[in-house]
Design a protein around this ligand. Structure first.
Ligand code: SF4
Ligand code: SF4
Length: 424
């Protein structure tokens, strides 16, 4: 990685502790990613982005800030990036996916909080992630209790706007979410000094839809009998989508898709014939959480789809691009975002329908329902998900995990046995 120490110092980071993270991450990446065979050539771009994860994109954001652009940090896929871009500002995903940040979060949060929240709080308070330092304002949401309370703690350290996400999907809830989006627009306009108009919003709706289309195209290639890209690589791309420049990301992903389409035509697969096709459902896998994909794909399985926020929930469904006034555009945004099926909603049968549909589309042999430890929402919903999948004749394995490596061996045994069972 090039030398970004001056930038990190200017961001008020704890350089000594950050050095420890910089030492372990490349090793983990080499073990999990660079050891794969027959990777698509165009993965080179994403490898580069990860190798410079705390350098290249943060430097771009700092440059933009010097020109007066504000950066907003977000934690959930319900927060509409379109509104941020329409105010000539930049959103960046901030979800923490490393155990490295968890102890920092545990200093202020109960231990029995999900690792994603603990890592996100730790990354900010321990000053060991440039993205968490750069963001001028954070945008939180009321999706789960752990997050709601974490915003109060983070809000003492950084300006914070919290969106009140309804937890049911009645007509009035859609209206309430549209109101929340309007309120967010007002906050962003005030903070940036830039007005959002219908023309700008129209452009940013198209910008983010294009990113979704590229991700949908990429994922469509995984539906083929010959799978042209590993689940690990697809996950990495989804994770990078949260913070990369969207125009560049879309372009690079479409270039990769051209290569993948060619591979499909030529019958190239990164897996041996007959490898069992696995769908992962459940809680998000924030960067650099590659554990489950790595275990599955080194235990004789292929991950072909993620029903997760770092997967289909992020890119499925587009915002209607035909609206030409602010009110209608905001309603269109509310409609698209409210159609995401997160376990924070009740009832949430549509999520189970999604999983069953995806199993058909991706020709799945079995589902692994992944729950991040202490996520009560997905854990509880797991009962219904697993029962309904079994009823539909889809084999399913429920697992709970965190960011440590202490359960890898146990996961390997359970996932290995599950895949073996699918082979019989
Ligand atoms: S799991 Fe739910 S709360 Fe968490 S990022 Fe996804 S949509 Fe947001
Ligand atoms: S994984 Fe569960 S507990 Fe953790 S932030 Fe998401 S919804 Fe909340």
């Amino acid at each position: 990685m090039a030398d970004y120490r001056d930038m990190w110092k200017d961001l008020g980071m704890d350089l000594e502790t950050h050095d420890q993270l910089c030492e372990v991450l490349p090793m983990a990446f080499t073990d999990v990613y660079l050891s794969q065979k027959n990777r698509p050539e165009n993965m080179g771009y994403y490898d580069f982005v990860v190798s410079e994860i705390h350098g290249v994109r943060p430097a771009e954001l700092v440059e933009a800030q010097k020109k007066g652009t504000k950066v907003f940090g977000t934690f959930c896929i319900y927060v509409p990036d379109e509104v941020v871009f329409a105010a000539d500002a930049i959103p960046t995903g901030l979800c923490g996916g490393s155990q490295f940040w968890v102890p920092g979060g545990e200093k202020v949060l109960p231990t029995n909080t999900c690792p994603l929240i603990k890592a996100s709080v730790g990354a900010r308070l321990d000053k060991t992630c440039p993205f968490f330092r750069i963001a001028d304002m954070y945008i939180g949401e009321t999706t789960c209790d752990g997050k709601k309370k974490a915003w109060e703690i983070l809000g003492e350290d950084v300006p914070m706007h919290v969106m009140d996400l309804p937890q049911m999907k009645r007509r009035k809830d859609y209206k309430a979410w549209a109101e929340e989006i309007k309120e967010l627009k007002g906050t962003i306009e005030e903070f940036t000094g830039n007005k959002v108009d219908s023309e700008k919003l129209s452009k940013s709706i198209k910008l983010i839809n294009d990113k979704r289309r590229a991700l949908a195209r990429l994922n469509a290639t995984r539906k083929n009998k010959n799978i042209p890209i590993s689940g690990k690589d697809s996950l990495l791309i989804s994770q990078i989508a949260f913070y990369d420049d969207p125009t560049r990301f879309t372009e690079m992903t479409n270039t990769l898709c051209d290569e993948l389409d060619k591979r499909v035509e030529e019958g190239v697969s990164v897996f041996e014939e007959g490898t069992k096709r696995i769908l992962l459902a459940g809680t998000p896998l924030a960067i650099p959480n590659w554990k489950i994909h790595n275990v599955v794909e080194t235990s004789g399985g292929a991950v072909v789809c993620e029903e997760m926020c770092t997967g289909t929930r992020y890119f499925e469904n587009l915002v209607d691009e035909s609206k030409d006034n602010l009110d209608d555009q905001i309603d269109a945004l509310a409609d698209r975002y409210m159609n995401i099926n997160c376990a924070c909603f009740t009832p949430n049968e549509a999520r189970i329908d999604d999983i069953k549909r995806l199993c058909k589309e991706y020709n799945v042999d079995g589902v692994i329902d992944v729950n991040l430890k202490f996520c009560n929402l997905y854990d509880t919903e797991g009962f219904l998900v697993e029962r309904e999948l079994k009823k539909a004749g889809i084999p399913v394995l429920g697992i709970e995990t965190d960011y440590t490596d202490s359960d890898v061996q146990q996961l390997r045994t359970r996932i290995g046995a599950f895949i073996e069972m699918l082979e019989k």
